[in-house]
Design a protein. Structure first.
Length: 295
């Protein structure tokens, strides 16, 4: 490791320690900083820095306290994507909970509760969008396809793995974390309720995480688990890649690439910790290298 790499490595270590980020994120953050060392540190802190000094919101842009500026069109695109996901989660969980029959009553009860939680998330997103004056945009085809795939799952085990591991660690956690950190300095009056809604843990969320990890552990050597993992990761990657042109136009293509890496790697690390035989970096690379075709 040369002196410059050593400095970057030390910076990444300090930043990750300060924000309590998991150690496995370091290679992705390290590569991100090296990809554009002059601007990466400023851009990275734009995504995670919280300050009491307010930024600026206009019809054209959102400017953070450190001077980094997002075009309002990009903010609309990202928040619309996040809102669409929460709306579909609410609908999907409600549909599963309302299925006829007396089988899986406990699971249906829990998903009814989770649907109600998603409704709270939706209200928080709507309040944020209304508060900063941005409009809802239509979702990309790739985003719709991801949630269509999840909605069509018929096995309860697959549903629980998809929602308790992949929706949480590929969608809700990365996107919720990013939006909270980005907008808090600009609109703290809206972000307090937003953070409260998304940080809430309930009996149902504890149940979902525990049940998902239990099923994944039991199926850690099965082709079934590998199959749904590959299908979900391909669609997650495609849904984030669909925002590539918007990200390039706003000068944050590297940040969206980092977000994509985290969204792919996070659920894989959860599975690896449960004993699933996965080499995370290779799996992420395989997904990113694979051209999207029909599933």
């Amino acid at each position: 490791m040369d002196n410059m790499d050593a400095k970057f490595s030390s910076l990444v270590d300090r930043t990750m320690h300060r924000y309590g980020l998991p150690p496995w994120l370091k290679p992705y953050v390290f590569d991100y900083i090296k990809s554009n060392p002059l601007n990466a540190i400023k851009h990275a802190t734009s995504f995670i820095e919280i300050r009491r000094k307010k930024g600026e919101i206009t019809r054209e842009h959102v400017r953070l306290p450190n001077g980094f500026t997002f075009r309002i069109g990009f903010i609309e695109e990202m928040l619309s994507l996040f809102r669409y996901g929460e709306e579909r989660i609410d609908q999907i969980y409600g549909r599963w909970a309302a299925e006829p029959g007396y089988e899986d009553l406990e699971r249906k009860k829990r998903y009814r509760e989770l649907s109600l939680l998603s409704k709270k998330h939706l209200r928080a997103i709507d309040n944020l969008m209304e508060g900063i004056g941005i409009e809802l945009r239509k979702p990309k085809k790739e985003v719709k396809e991801l949630f269509d795939y999840i909605e069509a799952l018929s096995s309860w085990d697959d549903r629980i793995i998809a929602s308790g591991i992949f929706i949480k660690y590929s969608f809700s956690y990365p996107f919720g974390f990013v939006f909270y950190k980005v907008f808090y300095p600009v609109a703290p009056e809206f972000m307090r309720s937003f953070g409260k809604a998304f940080n809430a843990t309930t009996e149902a969320t504890h149940w979902l995480e525990g049940e998902a990890k239990k099923i994944a552990f039991e199926k850690k050597d099965s082709g079934e688990l590998r199959g749904i993992t590959e299908q979900l990761l391909a669609r997650i990657s495609a849904s984030i890649s669909s925002e590539e042109q918007t990200a390039k136009a706003n000068g944050i293509a590297n940040e969206v690439k980092l977000l994509q890496n985290i969204a792919l790697a996070y659920p894989l690390h959860v599975l690896a910790e449960l004993g699933v035989d996965i080499e995370v970096s290779k799996e992420v690379k395989k997904v990113l290298d694979c051209k999207r075709t029909s599933y």
